[in-house]
Design a protein around this ligand. Structure first.
Ligand code: GLC
Ligand code: CA
Length: 558
């Protein structure tokens, strides 16, 4: 594996709308982000990914872009963005923007021009089909529910949208469109961006010719996955994009890649991969059901461990995965990966350690470092996220009562992660002096940054220790590049693994409330040299056996 500048970094995702509001309008903004750079630097963050802040009608909270060359006035100005890049640079930090080019907004000028002249240049920027009475071009269901086809206003055509109808898919088969995308990426990289997180990229290649698949729900439609599984040749687009953009800047790119086949991993994140890295979603997709969120099964500690180890084994030393506990599309990790009723400071720290010590690039989602939790939603009216609203409907259609449907989808709602960042115990969690655009989690009085900054035993302080260990000159080589090998893989509710590099580290987590005994490895004479990290003040040992407290997590040097 060729060494790259970003390998030893720590990344942090900001959801701008909910991070910090500088002017009291209830919406987070770029000046707000600038005001928190010192907070992020203190934590040890090097790379910051901003979810979209381009002009957008916000049909999908900014993932529907109407101008790729500007900043939405709600979030600030281009001058603010330039200042953010500048201020980050002063702190040796890099800014990533979100590259959303599977689709644009139906309010983008390309789409408006396509409506005016569907047979002209811009018609070919989209997937258009002639409208037929009583029949759709294909029976594919969009990710947010309903068919992927919608009438193209003012014409006798329909356009394709795999996400919301306000997110028309861009036609990557058209070289003119691809040129526009590359031009935009380079324009931003010229401004000094560190790179991009690449949204929904697996959708850019459609299986052709378009055809129907077996319906899989009562709506007579089929999951878009059927078509995507058949699509071939995405590599030509992705390789071209890399060569024409990122590669020339040595930029960092991380792909939102789902369902890649093991044999494709070198193409995606090998030495000359399409991307620098890609997210590991193996834990987040565990238990999902074709029927909808209401039918999803919970994940246990043993499942979680298996998912992590599976991804690690799949990637090996081909490249570095980007590891997450949560993001803006997922519920809070501590509410999901820690069994119900057991969410506490120790278990949050355990989850942090298990995730952070994996081989790969750690991505922290805003508030994760505080152990922010899911939100108690008491009514569907409190929810903004279109995906949750659709899944609520799916649950009702399946016969659930409104209360059960709410309970079922609230657990997975993307809004769990989108509530305002909890800065302090003051009004609105210190996020805004106005009325926050989305409800604040009522637990902000006990979970907030101000308190945790003061407390050496807080979740945030533990994240700081984890980051410091990753950067420690004595251990960094092993933490970043060391091989991962599971230890006592079959032991129930135990997650343990070696990291083997210049030294051997052993990461051990007792993933349960009850005490658990763990044999020290005989190949290391049942001894360890040093405790590098521990979420309890002591480590109890009897002979060759460790006796771990509930949710105790340690990193040992062997
Ligand atoms: C990605 C984004 C998600 C968005 C979708 C469509 O999955 O992370 O938030 O809704 O793409 O752009
Ligand atoms: Ca604001």
């Amino acid at each position: 594996m060729t060494r790259k500048w970003w390998h030893d970094k720590v990344a942090y995702q900001i959801y701008p709308k909910s991070f910090c509001d500088s002017n009291g309008d209830g919406i987070g903004d770029i000046p707000g982000i600038i005001s928190k750079l010192d907070y992020l630097q203190d934590l040890g963050v090097d790379i910051i990914w901003l979810s979209p802040c381009y002009p957008s009608p916000l049909a999908d909270e900014g993932y529907d872009i109407s101008d790729y060359y500007d900043i939405d006035p709600r979030f600030g100005t281009m001058a603010d963005m330039e200042q953010l890049i500048e201020e980050a640079k002063k702190r040796n930090m890099y800014i990533l923007m979100d590259l959303v080019v599977n689709h644009c907004s139906d309010e983008h000028e390309w789409f408006k021009k396509a409506c005016e002249d569907p047979d002209g240049k811009y018609g070919n920027f989209f997937y258009l089909r002639d409208k037929k009475d009583g029949e759709l071009p294909t029976n594919w269901r969009s990710y947010f529910g309903g068919p992927v086809w919608e009438d193209l206003p003012g014409t006798d055509k329909q356009y394709l949208h795999v996400f919301h109808k306000k997110q028309p898919d861009l036609n990557w088969e058209n070289p003119e469109l691809r040129e526009e995308v590359y031009k935009n990426i380079n324009w931003w990289l010229d401004k000094g961006l560190g790179g991009f997180r690449i949204d929904a990229i697996i959708n850019i290649k459609k299986a052709s010719p378009f055809r129907n698949y077996e319906p899989d729900r009562a709506d007579g439609l089929c999951s878009i996955q059927f078509m995507l599984r058949e699509a071939r040749g995405i590599g030509e687009f992705l390789g071209e994009m890399r060569d024409r953009t990122f590669k020339n800047y040595d930029a960092f790119s991380v792909g939102e890649v789902f369902n890649e086949k093991p044999e494709e991993i070198p193409d995606f994140i090998g030495d000359n991969g399409y991307f620098s890295s890609m997210f590991d979603f193996n834990e987040t997709i565990f238990g999902t059901s074709e029927k909808g969120w209401y039918d999803a099964s919970p994940i246990t500690p043993d499942d979680y461990k298996r998912c992590c180890f599976e991804s690690q084994a799949k990637v090996g030393d081909i490249g570095l995965l980007s590891n997450i506990i949560e993001n803006h599309d997922e519920p809070r990790g501590v509410s999901r990966y820690i069994p119900e009723g057991e969410c506490c400071t120790q278990s949050k720290k355990l989850l942090a350690a298990m995730n952070f010590m994996l081989r790969g690039l750690p991505f922290i989602y805003q508030g994760q470092e505080l152990g922010m939790e899911n939100v108690p939603f008491s009514s569907i009216d409190e929810i903004d996220d279109i995906s949750t609203l659709d899944e609520y409907q799916v649950a009702l259609n399946a016969g659930l009562s409104p209360a059960d449907a709410l309970h079922a989808v609230a657990k997975f709602s993307r809004d769990n992660a989108r509530t305002p960042m909890q800065w302090s115990g003051e009004a609105n969690a210190g996020f805004t002096t106005g009325k926050p655009w989305l409800k604040v989690n009522p637990n902000y009085t006990s979970i907030n940054a101000a308190d945790q900054l003061e407390d050496p035993d807080s979740v945030r302080s533990f994240y700081k220790e984890l980051i410091a260990l990753r950067k420690d000159p004595d251990y960094k080589e092993t933490v970043v590049y060391g091989e991962l090998k599971p230890y006592l893989e079959e032991q129930h509710n135990l997650m343990a693994y070696y990291r083997k590099g210049e030294q051997t580290l052993l990461v051990i987590g007792n993933y349960q409330m009850e005490e658990q005994t763990v044999e020290l490895p005989s190949e290391y004479h049942s001894e360890y040299k040093k405790i590098l990290l521990n979420n309890y003040p002591e480590l109890v040992q009897e002979g060759t056996t460790l006796i771990l407290h509930g949710y105790q997590a340690v990193v040992l040097e062997m």
